[in-house]
Write a protein that binds this ligand. Structure first.
Ligand code: 48H
Length: 267
């Protein structure tokens, strides 16, 4: 007979992981927004949408979130921001110093962990070690993503014949950085055109990226460095204000779309 106060053993630990993971996965096979990429733009967008009560999941191929935000550039872990992004740093509780007029510097690990914590505490769900493979497109509308375990995709010759799974969502945000992986997949399918990001020009780049953050196909939005890749905009180098502002703008565009679709449904 099982003793009443028996300590949890291996099977209990395993069961706890399986049931917590699978119940969350089952709940998130359908969501308001799938964000592909957990870098600064994806995390910011996710946090802002979840704060408004939307069901958001971030798909991240690495085990860690944060993308390029941990390291400013050239393996140096200080990140910079240009005005007006300093206001967001205050909101996020990220300590920073003004080093030049309108130029701010913060610690990469501190900034990244604050942003991850903000996204998680707003209710964003994270599927890490999960790689975006393809889009779900229905009646000329992006309606989800096809994903797989990262190791399956990364080691195709070692592990074969593992089909991916589909996740449905009302909207998808491509926040995969320089590679713009979702947009590129749509291009492969003949749905959109991408131009490749241009040479570095920090002064022009940041505003352009925020301005061009947009819906590029019905249901598909783009944020962060992926915007530069889609629209052929100059890169900005190791400064991150536009990434946060682009994520915030993407969230407000997605929110507008989700709300307008809800209105149509209710009419
Ligand atoms: C799942 C994927 C997949 C995939 C990629 O690179 P990121 O940090 O992207 P942004 O746009 O939020 O920020 C860009 C910034 O870090 C930067 O590099 C800048 C400002 N560069 C300027 C310049 O001039 O070079 O994060 C993207 C995330 C990463 O975590 C990837 O692992 C993830 O997306 N990702 N996740 N499935 N197929 N592809």
């Amino acid at each position: 007979m099982k003793r009443l106060f028996e300590k949890s053993g291996e099977k209990d630990v395993t069961k706890a992981i399986i049931s917590a993971f699978l119940s969350e996965l089952a709940e998130y096979v359908e969501s308001d927004c799938i964000i592909v990429g957990g870098g600064p733009s994806g995390l910011m967008a996710g946090a802002e949408l979840a704060k408004e009560g939307f069901k958001v999941v971030i798909i991240e191929r690495n085990n860690y979130l944060g993308g390029g935000f941990w390291i400013g550039g050239y393996l140096m872990n200080k990140v910079t921001f240009r005005a007006p992004a300093d206001k967001l740093l205050v909101d996020l509780g990220i300590p920073f110093k003004e080093v030049n007029y309108g130029l701010f510097v913060a610690d990469g690990p501190h900034a990244t962990s604050k942003l991850i914590s903000y996204a998680c505490s707003m209710g964003v769900k994270i599927l890490n070690m999960t790689i975006f493979e393809d889009v779900v497109v229905r009646e000329k509308k992006v309606a989800g993503c096809v994903v797989n375990w990262t190791p399956v995709e990364a080691l195709p010759r070692q592990i074969t014949c593992v089909d991916p799974i589909g996740l449905e969502s009302k909207t998808v945000l491509d926040a995969t950085g320089h590679d713009a992986q979702v947009a590129k997949k749509m291009e492969e399918r003949g749905f959109v055109k991408t131009r490749g990001y241009g040479a570095m020009w920090v002064d022009a780049s940041e505003d352009l990226i925020v301005q061009h953050t947009a819906e590029i196909y019905d249901g598909l939005f783009v944020a962060g460095m992926a915007v530069a890749t889609v629209f052929g905009l100059p890169r900005m180098g190791p400064t991150f204000g536009a990434m946060l502002l682009s994520g915030k703008k993407a969230a407000s565009l997605i929110k507008k779309k989700l709300e307008s679709e809800k209105d149509i449904f209710l009419r």
